[in-house]
Design a protein around this ligand. Structure first.
Ligand SMILES: Nc1ncnc2c1ncn2[C@@H]1O[C@H](COP(=O)(O)OP(=O)(O)OP(=O)(O)O)[C@@H](O)[C@H]1O
Ligand SMILES: [Mg+2]
Length: 231
């Protein structure tokens, strides 16, 4: 359903992404692994319409979206959970969630119920201001905000970043639950171990290029590949 072909993205003279291609099929959990500076965030931001202009093609169900601004990309059904979470600190949990509802395609009450079912912790803290939440709770809220737009494909940028291992496990358990519910997901990560365990298919990215791809099991079998490209 989501297809990226020959994507290039630059910051002035710096070429951050140089001709990558990837596919996310309906209901799939696909991941892009790469070290710092590989171009993972730039790729997600380009897909979400936050990085323009880009060279190459980005299509959703065969329709080109690579030239659309981000608000139109959200309406077509892509939602980005950005690196660093970016929740609105002075607003409550519920206000953060409700602010996203107009951006996308969802029914407000249904989506709110789904978010609170996935993250009971957010339901408990619905009246708490977001700035007082722990890092893990803020990550849950960031995912919840994206879910409020009822995305066809959820784009997740390093959800494990800066979180304690036990909290990473909780966040990934929620991602697995979403996947089981049929949510299509494109997940960008540096944490290879937990990511390869959960994904249907993985791409390895280095210096702006895809350098290896395969199922989690295939890439894990070839430990040398991972070591070479993630360091
Ligand atoms: N705003 C910017 N201006 C100039 N160069 C940038 C900018 N943002 C990123 N870059 C460069 O583009 C390249 C890719 O960066 P990007 O943030 O996409 O990588 P990443 O894989 O997400 O890294 P990280 O794991 O650190 O988040 C890097 O060389 C980076 O220095
Ligand atoms: Mg990044």
């Amino acid at each position: 359903m989501l297809s990226v072909s020959g994507l290039c993205a630059s910051y002035g003279a710096i070429r951050a992404v140089t001709g990558i291609s990837l596919e996310v099929g309906e209901g799939r959990l696909v991941t892009v692994l790469g070290a710092n500076g590989a171009g993972k965030s730039t790729t997600l931001r380009a897909i979400a319409g936050l990085h323009r202009p880009v060279v190459g093609s980005i299509t959703l169900d065969g329709q080109e979206i690579g030239k659309l601004p981000s608000h139109q990309v959200v309406r077509r059904g892509l939602a980005l959970v950005p690196e660093g979470r970016m929740v609105l600190a002075p607003l409550t949990v519920e206000e953060n969630l409700l602010l996203s509802r107009h951006a996308g395609r969802g029914n407000e009450r249904e989506m709110l119920a789904q978010v609170y079912e996935l993250f009971p912790r957010l339901a408990e803290r619905r009246a708490q201001v977001a700035g007082l939440l722990s890092g893990g709770e803020q990550q849950m809220l960031a995912i919840g905000r994206a879910m409020m737009t009822a995305p066809r494909v959820l784009l997740l940028d390093e959800p494990s970043m800066g979180l304690a291992p036990v909290i990473v496990d909780q966040v990934f358990a929620a991602i697995v639950t979403l996947h089981k519910q049929g949510q299509s997901i494109l997940l960008v990560e540096q944490n290879a171990e937990i990511t390869l365990e959960t994904c249907d298919f993985a791409y390895l990215m280095k210096r702006g290029e895809i350098v290896a791809q395969g199922t989690g099991a295939e890439l894990r079998r070839d430990a040398g590949v991972l070591e070479a490209y993630l360091s």
